[in-house]
Each structure stands twice: as structure tokens, then as C-alpha cells.
Design a protein around this ligand. Structure first.
Ligand code: SF4
Ligand code: SF4
Length: 130
């Protein structure tokens, strides 16, 4: 679904910041732009035409989609769903994350996110038995 479809969620964020202390990425980076509040502000700026897609890519990929922010948010905003929609549109627009591309390629080719063959699976099974 295009990000435009999530405009109502983005507009519903009142920038109160309650979600910040609960966000693992914010805790790790101390960047407000990495919190749910920051991400909604960035996406609002995108919808307003103040930012371009390539300028928002990094922040959209810095989210675990854990939904801790939703649990804290008084409006229960589903930020992870908005972030996932933004990521899908980033890929469509040619701004996909290089690591995600590699993981998708590995999954298609080897059914393993790291591109490991079945011998690695056997080695792991062996390790689990010891
Ligand atoms: S879903 Fe993303 S923005 Fe929300 S708390 Fe988790 S990492 Fe932070
Ligand atoms: S708690 Fe909800 S309304 Fe407040 S800044 Fe975070 S996402 Fe926006």
C-alpha cells in the first residue's frame, strides 16, 4: 500500500514523544529522528514535498518493527505498519536497502538468509547434538 494511504496515521501523531524511551533504536542512537515521533515527522515532510525519498531511506531502515512504540502511544498508532509501507515504496522507487537485497537474493537461491548451503545446516545440527 502506498505511503499516501497511511497519511491519516502520520497526521494523527501529535509529536508528544512518549514513545521515545521505549524505542530500542532511539536508545541505541539517541537520535530523535530514529524514534517513532521522528519517523512520523520525516514522513510528514515527505508527504509535504519537503524531503525526497532518498533522504528518508536510512531512517526508515533503522527500525526493528518491534511495535514498542505502539504499546506506549496513547493513540496506539501502528508505526511499524507505516514504516513497512515506506520501505515497500522505497524498494519500488529504487531506494531499497542493499543488505535486504542480498538477504532476498540469498533466500531465493539457497533458502538461507546468509547464503549458506545445506552443509552449513548439517554442521549446525551437528553442533546442536554436542
Ligand atoms: S517499531 Fe520501530 S520506531 Fe517503534 S519502538 Fe520499535 S524500533 Fe522504535
Ligand atoms: S507516542 Fe504516539 S503520538 Fe506520541 S510521538 Fe509517539 S507515535 Fe506520536
Amino acid at each position: 500500500m502506498p505511503i499516501e494511504e497511511y497519511r491519516h496515521v502520520i497526521m494523527e501523531c501529535v509529536s508528544c514523544g512518549l514513545c521515545q524511551s521505549n524505542c530500542p533504536i532511539y536508545k541505541q542512537t539517541n537520535l530523535e529522528s530514529n524514534s517513532a515521533k521522528g519517523k512520523m515527522t520525516i514522513l510528514y515532510s515527505l508527504l509535504q514535498g519537503w524531503l525526497d525519498w532518498d533522504e528518508i531511506a536510512e531512517r526508515m531502515y533503522e527500525c526493528t518493527t518491534c511495535k514498542n512504540c505502539t504499546a506506549t502511544c496513547l493513540s496506539g498508532l501502528d508505526i511499524a505498519a507505516v514504516v513497512e509501507a515506506a520501505r515497500a515504496e522505497l524498494v519500488e522507487r529504487g531506494h531499497g536497502n542493499a543488505i535486504s537485497k542480498d538477504i532476498a537474493k540469498n533466500l531465493r537461491e539457497t533458502h538461507n538468509p546468509f547464503g549458506e548451503g545445506s552443509d552449513a545446516r548439517e554442521r549446525l545440527k551437528e553442533l546442536a547434538r554436542t
